[in-house]
Design a binder for this molecule. Structure first.
Ligand SMILES: Nc1ncnc2c1ncn2[C@@H]1O[C@H](COP(=O)(O)OP(=O)(O)OP(=O)(O)O)[C@@H](O)[C@H]1O
Length: 502
């Protein structure tokens, strides 16, 4: 447990009895929260509990239906994003908002480039940006191109930009989602440095142990209402789960039926640039094998190659003994291989289509069905929505209106509802709450129990320990170690992934 340096207990933001509805359904009801400078305040809750809605109100993207918002002692009516920034409220959303083709310095100084007459003073741009990074203890080169950075580094650049613009309250929406242990730790270290410099941090995370270690204060939302608020030292994991879910949640490794000796998915000598170098892996039917590596590069490249989105330089992929054609999505799908992307926003879902349309997209494609009656679509989607517990305020809205965790459930329903024979799952519980996580883990257990070969690429060591039978560690594109999960501890797993000796 870390200690806060709260010097003055004057609130920097006071949220008083805020209510917000969408189409008559309440997303927030009578929510009151105080934020203090020099404190990490975690906001927790199940998917759809109202966290992002509150963040959007604080950042001026939405206005509440009733209640007041006070910033630095002044009531703010009808806050818009520009005013929010002006009064010192900055948000680093889940989706990175950097211009990927520009340098780090250009991104940090965007909109505030120093000029002499009509000329930009590039030297000053670079110096000022480098200083902004240095002041936060961030060792990233200001000349680097944003798109070449890791996700954690991109998050740090956004934080540096917001702090430089005078952010007194920094809202970080799941900044460690999908990051491996080392990168997540870098972000947490940065959060603590900011806190110690007096910034008020609003931190959203579904990782309970992370919140308990990092936060000074916690507010829990359930169905849009505050169910618990207090100091982190006054609660524990069990208490938080009860406050979020309303009951205990248990997720245990089941005893799975003996695995078949038949290989469901076989990868031989796969090569792709610097990401994969003669990579081999076999997954038997009914087995769950996790691929772990320090940066996640190999894992997401595997997704591109196995799904047929990208051609590999060399090697062979087979599903149930049938060789796949290189770079052919249709062949990959026809083989029964399903690749569930970790990037649901860009590759997984069509934001403007409804839940039912997204849920049925993959099955319709496999059935070559182009036209459907609405009533039939709803009837076909219903069992999948129920099985994956997709929750929304409206009946069948566009998926872009769903909370992040519910979007993830739609993505899983879309692919896993199509009778797969082998599956690649990339961060399957990305952004989902503790209860949905337990449900998704049970669904993956069930898939394996039905004889599906499951290849898992997860950034969470806990998830790997919970789901996988075997772990393959990749470094520099090569397989460097392999373990049976029951012969290794979580800490040993993290050490070996990060390059430490066992
Ligand atoms: N623009 C919108 N239109 C309609 N409903 C919305 C809109 N934005 C949010 N909602 C609904 O409001 C509820 C609260 O959503 P919110 O995104 O705040 O949840 P959350 O706690 O951030 O969830 P998650 O952990 O999944 O991100 C959800 O039921 C969501 O579907």
């Amino acid at each position: 447990m870390t200690t806060a340096v709260t010097t003055a207990m004057t609130t920097v933001i006071r949220v008083d009895r805020i209510t917000k509805s969408f189409g008559g359904a309440a997303a927030l009801t009578d929510v009151s929260v105080d934020f203090f400078p020099g404190e990490v305040h975690a906001l927790m809750g199940m998917n759809g509990a109202g966290k992002s809605t509150l963040v959007q109100i604080l950042s001026g993207a939405l206005n509440p239906d009733s209640g007041t918002l006070e910033v630095g002692g002044l009531v703010q009516n009808q806050l818009n994003p520009r005013q929010a920034r002006k009064v010192g409220i900055s948000t680093v959303p889940q989706r990175r908002e950097l211009v990927m083709s520009l340098t780090v310095a250009e991104n940090i100084m965007l909109g505030q480039l120093p000029t002499s007459g009509a000329m930009v003073r590039w030297h000053s741009v670079r110096e000022t940006a480098q200083e902004a990074l240095r002041a936060l203890g961030i060792t990233i080169d200001a000349d680097a191109i944003a798109g070449d950075l890791t996700v954690a580094e991109q998050t740090m650049v956004e934080v540096a930009r917001e702090v430089r613009r005078g952010g007194k309250v920094l809202i970080l929406d799941e900044p460690t989602a999908c990051l491996g242990p080392e990168a997540a730790q870098q972000i947490r270290d940065l959060v603590l440095r900011l806190r110690d410099s007096g910034v008020a941090i609003l931190f959203i995370s579904h990782h309970i142990s992370e919140v308990l270690h990092l936060a000074d204060r916690i507010t829990v939302l359930r169905d849009g209402r505050v169910t618990w608020a207090g100091l982190a030292t006054e609660t524990d994991e069990k208490g938080l789960v009860r406050d979020m879910v309303g009951r205990d949640v248990v997720s245990r490794r089941p005893v799975r039926p003996a695995r078949s000796n038949e290989v469901g998915l076989s990868v031989r000598g796969l090569c792709d640039g610097r990401f994969l170098d003669c990579f081999d892996i076999d997954v038997r039917r009914g087995e769950i094998v996790a691929v772990l590596g320090p940066a996640g590069d190999a894992q997401s490249r595997l997704f591109d190659l196995l799904s047929g989105r990208r051609r590999f330089d060399g090697g062979q992929v087979s599903v149930a003994g049938k060789k796949l054609k290189n770079g052919k999505i249709t062949d990959s799908l026809a083989s029964g291989l399903r690749c569930v992307t970790g990037d649901r926003r860009r590759l997984g879902l069509i934001p403007g289509l409804t839940i039912d349309e997204n849920v049925m997209l993959a099955q319709d494609r496999l059935d070559k069905r182009r036209i459907h009656r609405w009533s039939l679509l709803t009837r076909r989607a219903k069992p999948l929505r129920e099985r994956y517990r997709v929750v929304s305020l409206a009946e069948n809205p566009p998926v872009e209106q769903l909370s992040g965790g519910n979007q993830q459930k739609v993505l899983l329903a879309k692919w896993l509802g199509t009778a797969p024979s082998a599956v690649l799952l990339e961060d399957p519980t990305n952004g989902v709450d503790v209860s949905a996580m337990a449900e998704i883990h049970s669904l993956v257990d069930r898939l394996a129990g039905e004889g599906v070969a499951v290849l898992l690429a997860s950034s969470s060591a806990e998830e790997v320990m919970r789901l996988a039978d075997r772990v393959v560690v990749v470094r520099d594109g090569r397989r460097i170690a392999e373990y049976q999960v029951d012969r290794i501890t979580r800490d040993e797993l993290i050490a070996t992934t990060l390059g430490g000796a066992l």
